[in-house]
Design a protein around this ligand. Sequence first.
Ligand code: ADP
Length: 532
Amino acid sequence: MTRKIFLSILLTSFFAVIAAITMSTAVISSYSTQRAAEELENECAVISAAVIQGGLEYLEAVDTGTIRVEWLSAGGTILFDSENGRKEDNSKGDVLSCTESLPDGTVIRVSGEQKDFGSLMMMNIRPLLITFTTIILFALIAAIITARRIVRPVSSIDPDRPGYGRNYKELSPLIEKLRSQNRRVYRQTEELRYSRRQFSLITESMSEGIVVADPKAVILSCNSGAYKLLEAQPVTEGQSIFTLSQSEQFRHCIQNAMGGRKSECVLSTENGDRRIIASPASISDTLNGIVVFVLDVTEQQKLETMRREFTSNVSHELKTPLTTIYGIADMLANEMVRPEDVSTFGGDIRHEAQRLINLIGDIISLSKLDENSVPRQDEEIDLYELAEDVIARLSKSAAERNVTPYLMGEHVTVTGNLTIMEEMLGNLCDNAVKYNVPGGSYTVSISHVPTKAVITVRDTGIGIPEEHIDRIFERFYRADKSRSRKVSGTGLGLSIVKHGVMYHGGTIRAESGDEGTVFTVELPCHKTDTSK
Ligand code: ADP
């Protein structure tokens, strides 16, 4: 802009100077022509008067200078010509002449050369050039200063704060436009900031990980859940999503999403299993980015494994007694059993069938608790009375094994499901009998601490080796199989107990040593009854 203004001023000055010089030269030229004509007329009159008096002698004696004097007879014959004998003059220009008739009929003609416009210019070329150069120099300086002065207010407009400082009023519409645009940009920026903050607040409060990346896998947003679940160091903006995990599965998953295909995988990290769900974010076939969800699926994976193991264990546990029953039945059908052994084989069939019944009963109980399909029953249960019933029910098998039961404590009432509670306590006491030693004992004690009922089942039995104690609540887990095999069981009893305790909102723990095992169950309770 400065350059344009500068050139315009300079060109205008240039043409103005040219025009001024041309005009003034033309005016001077016309003025000098007029003066020359007047002077010629005067000369002519003076010379005519002198010729009347002095005749040819005067003319021959006088020096006419640059003007030409001719004396012509009435017939046109040249009587005198001041040019005769002079050198040829090559100067070019307009010739002015003036004639005066004398009384004797002769004519005096005086003529002189007048410089034309071009000659005049050429004659004065040096001063003209000096003047021209000086004016152009001044014009140059003036153009620079003026151009800068014009442009300064425009270039000094601060787009962020238009309207500050001095400005042309012609710039007002522009400044107003800038202001309204600034307001709009500010509003949009604020809205954007607000939605970013909201997005960040929402994603930061999520325990799941969420990562948004551009089509080149450069991270645009990543919440702390993602760093935590992937056990990655926080990355700076602009880093690749691949820095979050070195796993080949992760890379493959992301690359699939970048190729426009939704992809899932499960990564195993030190702290558990993570499901990665990478989805392409496309609008009309154009990939705009990818969104990656990271979910903690450790529990799900565990449950999945448990479910698989459960199915295979159930099949195995069902198959074993059925195979025995089938074998004995086959022998009986083929009359391969001696009559005196029939009752023994019949007893075996009954034993295996009982095992099947127990197993199926346990599976049904467990699956009911698992599916939360046990209806909520808020019965008042006196734990002490319940323990008396259970001990009485198991007295026969305890006597067979020579195990003495004891009951201690107080009447504590809890609210819950009697069937489940009975099954829980029954399983704990049954184990205390089964895994006891002949001549041993077990003690059920009922007590309470504020807001909690405490049931402990302590036995003097074989104990549980330390390495097994953490796993005894798993389904089908039987500690130290060589010992357990001698004792009938399904491996589901303690699982049922644990689920029953959880159903009632309580906790269970097991401790074991050389002197036997103690199971402690704590259940929420608000009531005790010491009157009984
Ligand atoms: P099971 O049908 O085998 O008794 P449980 O789930 O009730 O199944 O018990 C799981 C395992 O825990 C048992 O096989 C046994 O090895 C161990 N166990 C449970 N209770 C006791 C106990 N009181 N003393 C010693 N070992 C026990």
